[in-house]
Design a protein around this ligand. Structure first.
Ligand SMILES: [Fe+2]
Length: 203
């Protein structure tokens, strides 16, 4: 079995709708930021697959927990936190997936070291830090059962308020410039169209 974008497309087609949409949005935003800061073609290719599959471990979690309105219990949160490790274990069997494992495993790290695995600052792989910002931005600006979406201005404010603690300060600054450019055109493109563009570019 070849671990290429067509295979990834098949995997994410099996995700629940919200997870599929989130994964594509995160991928779109992460790739745009990575292009903006000058990542190489190989990095963009790795990031594309890593971002699309960053939350694959959530497919092991009961949707009642994932979509629970309100605060999770300590036990439920401990289950959700396992999705990075579960995701990495699911993909570890594929020889071609090794480069994306750090993205899956470290996308919930924090710049101050208080994230899931305790990496901090530059210890966190840059592609994972890019996904962290794209992930947070999409989560804040999307409608969820338990929250109204934030406006673009409020979401950028939140990223800025948490740069240096939760997020890489440099990447937040670059993301803000990049997203203000993107805001001039809609990014919620259809999933099939977006996957088609990615396969043409990286497949
Ligand atoms: Fe996640």
């Amino acid at each position: 079995m070849q671990f290429d974008l067509n295979f990834v497309k098949t995997i994410i087609a099996g995700f629940p709708h919200d997870l599929r949409r989130h994964s594509c949005n995160v991928c779109y935003l992460a790739v745009r930021l990575a292009e903006y800061i000058g990542c190489t073609y190989e990095q963009l290719k790795t990031l594309t697959v890593g971002a699309l599959l960053h939350d694959i471990g959530k497919s092991c979690i009961d949707e009642n927990i994932l979509n629970k309105p309100g605060k999770l219990s300590d036990y439920e949160f401990s289950i959700v936190k396992q999705h990075t490790v579960w995701g990495a274990k699911m993909l570890d069997q594929f020889k071609e997936s090794q480069e994306i494992l750090p993205i899956i495993l470290y996308h919930h790290e924090r710049w101050d070291g208080k994230g899931y695995e305790g990496l901090c600052g530059q210890e966190i792989p840059e592609l994972a830090s890019i996904v962290t910002i794209a992930d947070a931005f999409d989560a804040m600006t999307s409608s969820r059962p338990y929250q109204k979406p934030k406006t673009l201005t409020d979401a950028l404010k939140e990223l800025n308020n948490n740069k240096g603690t939760q997020f890489s300060p440099e990447l937040v600054e670059k993301f803000e410039l990049c997203i203000l450019e993107l805001a001039k055109r809609p990014y919620h493109t259809s999933i099939n169209k977006f996957m088609g563009q990615l396969i043409n570019k990286f497949g």
